[in-house]
Design a binder for this molecule. Structure first.
Ligand code: AMP
Length: 217
């Protein structure tokens, strides 16, 4: 059995990929790679890449494949032997094909959450931009409303979490991800996670990961 694993986490924007990723990292010693986080860091630092990406992100559009794939390749090379979670990549069939040339994927975990629920959650999501820490009104609130727990700095809402931008992102997501999911379904790598009322998303994912990583049911 290989010691390192490469998994892809898919799911519509704000479906909880960030939260599930954190739990996988903590429980199974994975490293998280999110092109969205890397792009936002570049926007904050006002780099050339950040300026280019901002135009697309603010409109709820995908950043061109070449830009995102270059970022990802660099990060994969840095993390060679580590177990990794890809969160937010691939988002197009072209990206999935490119990724296949670079690494062997062990599993694709697709989180299924209804659109109405996603829009409701995004309205309650607040971010500390410099660190990327995320708070959710209702279940992971900051100690002081509107302030980051660690630095005390202001929390903000992501421009692309606003309902009108998010609705557009959800439409684009469904359209472009179908071919990507089919690509992995054909390779028998795809598993859907849609929790019913008596089970949380994490309980389902944890069970699956136990089996993948430790060989346990
Ligand atoms: P996320 O935080 O993953 O929702 O990403 C935020 C934004 O970054 C997306 O709406 C896209 O504009 C851009 N982005 C992130 N990942 C990708 C990707 N794999 N391909 C193209 N654009 C991406």
């Amino acid at each position: 059995m290989s010691n390192s694993f490469r998994i892809i986490l898919t799911g519509a924007p704000a479906a909880g990929k960030g939260t599930i990723s954190k739990l996988i990292i903590k429980t199974f010693d994975f490293v998280h790679i999110s092109p969205g986080d890397i792009l936002r860091q570049n926007i904050r630092s006002n780099t050339k890449l950040g300026k280019e990406a901002k135009k697309f992100i603010d409109e709820g559009k995908l950043v061109p494949d070449k830009v995102v794939s270059d970022i990802l390749k660099k990060r994969l090379l840095e993390l060679k032997q580590k177990s990794i979670i890809l969160d937010g990549y691939p988002r197009t069939l072209k990206q999935a094909e490119t990724l296949k040339e670079w690494i062997c994927v062990d599993a694709v975990l697709n989180l299924i959450v209804p659109h109405e629920e996603i829009i409701r959650r995004a309205k309650n999501r607040w971010i500390h931009l410099p660190s990327g820490r995320v708070y959710n009104i209702g279940f992971s609130e900051p100690k002081v409303p509107g302030k980051d727990d660690v630095t005390g700095e202001d929390l903000v809402q992501r421009d692309d979490d606003k309902p009108e931008v998010l609705k557009k992102r959800l439409q684009i997501y469904d359209k472009i991800m179908n071919p990507v999911l089919n690509f992995y379904a054909k390779q028998k790598l795809l598993t859907h996670f849609e929790p019913k009322c008596d089970e949380t998303m994490w309980q389902k994912v944890e069970k699956f990961m136990m089996k993948l990583v430790c060989g346990k049911d």
